[in-house]
Design a protein around this ligand. Sequence first.
Ligand SMILES: Nc1ncnc2c1ncn2[C@@H]1O[C@H](COP(=O)(O)OP(=O)(O)OP(=O)(O)O)[C@@H](O)[C@H]1O
Length: 316
Amino acid sequence: MATQRLTKHNRAMLASALKLVNQISADALIILLEGASDWQRMAEIGQEHEFDKPFIVAVDSVEDLDGAAEAGLKPLALNKAKAPLLERLQHALLEAAADELIKPNDEVVALYGGFTAGRLDSISHLKLDERMRRLSSRDLQSLESSVPLKTLKVVVDLAVQIGVEGREGKPVGALFVVGDTRNVLKHASDSGVDPFRGYNKKSRNLLDKKVQEDAKEISQLDGAFLITADGTIERSRQMLEVLHEDLNMSKGLGSRHWAAAAITRRTKAIAIVVSQSTGTVRLYQNGFLKMQIEPMDKGIKWQEISFKPPSSGGED
Ligand SMILES: Nc1ncnc2c1ncn2[C@@H]1O[C@H](COP(=O)(O)OP(=O)(O)OP(=O)(O)O)[C@@H](O)[C@H]1O
């Protein structure tokens, strides 16, 4: 377990950051830490400054956050231990937005160690822009699907990772069809040996990090993943056979994207596709493109597509 001591220096920096939030009427404080800290003492320093805004503490591992919520802080697990500082900071903001701790256009004060290990030596005043909206789980909620938000977020995050990282230095595409699995199965057939078949449900659940890593490996193979609403991989390597005739798709999208849109037209499933050529993640529902996420350098940006019903012969 990693720790970060609340030294005299770190306490003084925390006090300055809290004062700054109050002085400039910022909306939240986010502290990037190297590990577990004295959460109780931190919360007390907050109280001493009459701090009543979101007090977010971000560390890499969820175990290090034990007791933070109980102390009245807002814990965030980043799982980004080896990433450069800016990426971790960006990720923390994105996660905080996704958890709706901060909002688009909010002003946030960030406290972190930029130069020396163990020392909170830097304070930034950040103005969030509209881009944050793209990360809100509200976008996923607005889909009004019977698939729980938790499952959708996990699959979208996994798809984004596949799009950004690829596999063994090569770009990889993927297709996840989530929910309404009974009906989706009527349009699916094996495209090869399914490596998940025969395993118990627990070892096929995408909420488990290990299973996510397995899915990344298998995404190199042809075909789609069929995921139940609770996140279980019901099948992988599935070829979907669905009629495309009443779909309007952007030019340049190939058969994987057509299959994704088409299956959501015929069933209540949501399809999440990673394009092998661009790393872009697209989410389809009812045959329509509902969300598009572009990979940007190492970070991610969410981009909401405004919903436009197709006109005859037009494009989506
Ligand atoms: N009907 C389908 N069901 C499941 N998977 C499919 C289907 N059609 C294509 N795929 C998968 O998509 C892969 C790429 O196909 P294609 O290049 O036509 O898709 P694309 O939409 O252009 O996607 P990309 O942007 O990733 O290239 C195929 O090798 C196959 O694994």
